[in-house]
Design a protein around this ligand. Structure first.
Ligand SMILES: [Zn+2]
Length: 469
């Protein structure tokens, strides 16, 4: 009878709080043994240490960790354990070019494809991204709630752009802005862009974007390669407007990142107090020196400018081709200068387009090798990007733990890889083969480690930590 009662009580719990019970099961502690550790910073692998994950944090990194309660043991087979990767410049919602995504396709189609883009991003080993513009908040919410798999997202949400600037995608060449015609642009309605002119408007735009949950602001500060209207060399926004946006961000406890190519635009952004320059390819040596002096980040992307026009998998209009070639001519010089001067360089990709285009993300590891050493690239994509993302302070969506490092108290975003990335970082360019285990927030999303070696102590199966699909 007593047994029957227990069974019925047990059944009640399974039926009534099944999902909760499941979540607790999936949050079971994980002990990584038999691994060599790249901690995100050191050029030497740490050997002879285990890593204990409890909940969504790394609790302990030490030799021979003993745990006297149920734990899932993962035998790393002597492979390298490292932090999850961070991409500091993505556009997860840009599954088409910006203007197509805004004006041609249904928002539900864009969201559906973006959901798959996010899943694949995570499965390439990217456990965190800084999303540099686009209406990503709903996708972020669904990922954070565990509804769909994807990386952590530091969202910028809507771009802030002047009329005719890089964020003004309106294809109409007649004067139809809401200011004069009273008509709302789809780019504003769907949360892609706020076009704002003058100090008063940019302050309001900044406040709207911050209200939407952005962890930092993205401002369009110069002409662009893919913009609908602006030549590459133009400066966008006045110093007063830029300063006003920076001040609004600072009042909210965060910072501004600026899209800027031309030297004048990069310099104006730095002088206005911007913390992260996106692209920055045409900056002069003096401007790079100023960047270094003020501790401003160069958030740039090598893959985009080591490729040729026909290697993108999309057909570029003639005016875009011309602008692309102009930017490409500056890229090589800019990367070498930035390295020589010692500017802090972030790791990012800025890919816009189909799933296939986004699939090229990991090739950035190959492109960067032309300019940076393997350890430099590894630090960029882990601990340095982690530092950059932390500039948003308490506005971070994930404020409790560090990102991009294997350290006690850091978030449990962990990879196990085949080969030693310190000797050959390009192993990360083939994630489906070489990334054997992906853990994000303490949950294992992929594990293709062979099930042999050390006995799996007190464990049902390593798969018991796998999150819901
Ligand atoms: Zn971008």
């Amino acid at each position: 009878m007593q047994q029957l009662c227990r069974l019925l009580v047990g059944l009640f719990f399974v039926l009534a709080i099944g999902p909760l019970a499941w979540a607790q099961e999936s949050r079971r502690a994980v002990l990584f043994i038999n691994v060599q550790i790249f901690d995100g910073k050191s050029e030497e692998l740490i050997t002879g240490h285990d890593v204990l994950v409890e909940g969504n944090r790394i609790r302990k990194v030490a030799p021979r960790i003993r745990v006297n309660r149920p734990v899932t043991v993962v035998d790393g087979q002597g492979k390298v354990l490292m932090p999850g990767l961070i991409d500091a410049h993505t556009h997860l919602m840009a599954v088409k070019s910006f203007d197509e995504a805004i004006y041609r396709y249904e928002p539900t189609y864009i969201a559906a494809v973006a959901t798959e883009t996010a899943r694949r991003t995570l499965m390439r080993g990217f456990t965190t991204v800084r999303d540099a513009g686009g209406p990503v908040m709903g996708l972020k919410r669904a990922i954070d709630e565990g509804v769909v798999p994807g990386p952590r997202i530091f969202p910028c949400n809507a771009f802030i752009s002047q009329t005719g600037g890089h964020g003004d995608f309106n294809p109409s060449m007649t004067y139809l802005s809401r200011h004069f015609a009273g008509r709302l642009d789809k780019a504003y309605l769907f949360g892609w862009t706020i076009t704002a002119d003058g100090v008063g408007e940019v302050r309001k735009a900044a406040r709207e974007v911050l209200r939407s949950g952005a962890s930092q602001l993205k401002v369009m500060g110069s002409g662009s390669v893919t913009g609908a209207h602006d030549p590459l060399d133009v400066v966008e926004y006045s110093p007063e407007e830029l300063r006003a946006i920076v001040q609004e961000a600072a009042n909210w406890g965060t910072y501004v990142m600026v899209h800027a190519y031309s030297d004048a635009a990069v310099r104006a952004a730095i002088e206005a107090g911007v913390r992260s320059i996106e692209h920055g390819l045409m900056a002069s040596p003096e401007t790079f020196k100023l960047m270094k002096e003020k501790g401003v980040w160069l958030s740039t992307q090598c893959l985009n400018y080591t490729r040729d026009v026909d290697e993108f998998g999309v057909k570029m209009p003639p005016n875009v081709v011309a602008k692309f070639r102009e930017a490409k001519r500056s890229a090589d010089r800019a990367y070498r200068l930035a390295k020589r001067i010692g500017v802090k360089v972030a790791w990012g990709t800025d890919l816009l387009g189909s799933l296939d285009v986004h699939n090229a993300q990991s090739l950035e590891f190959i492109a960067r090798r032309e300019y940076f050493s393997d350890i430099e690239i590894l630090r960029q994509v882990t601990s340095l990007n982690g530092q950059l993302l932390a500039l948003c302070g308490r506005r971070s969506p994930y404020p409790e733990g560090q990102l991009g490092v294997i350290a006690e108290g850091a978030y449990a975003d962990v990879l196990i890889v085949d080969g030693n990335p310190l000797e050959d970082v390009t192993i990360l360019a083939n994630p489906s083969r070489n990334i054997r285990l992906i853990m994000k927030d303490g949950l294992i999303y992929k594990n293709t480690l062979p099930r042999r070696g050390a006995p799996q102590r007190r464990v049902r199966s390593p798969a018991s930590n796998v999150p819901p699909r």
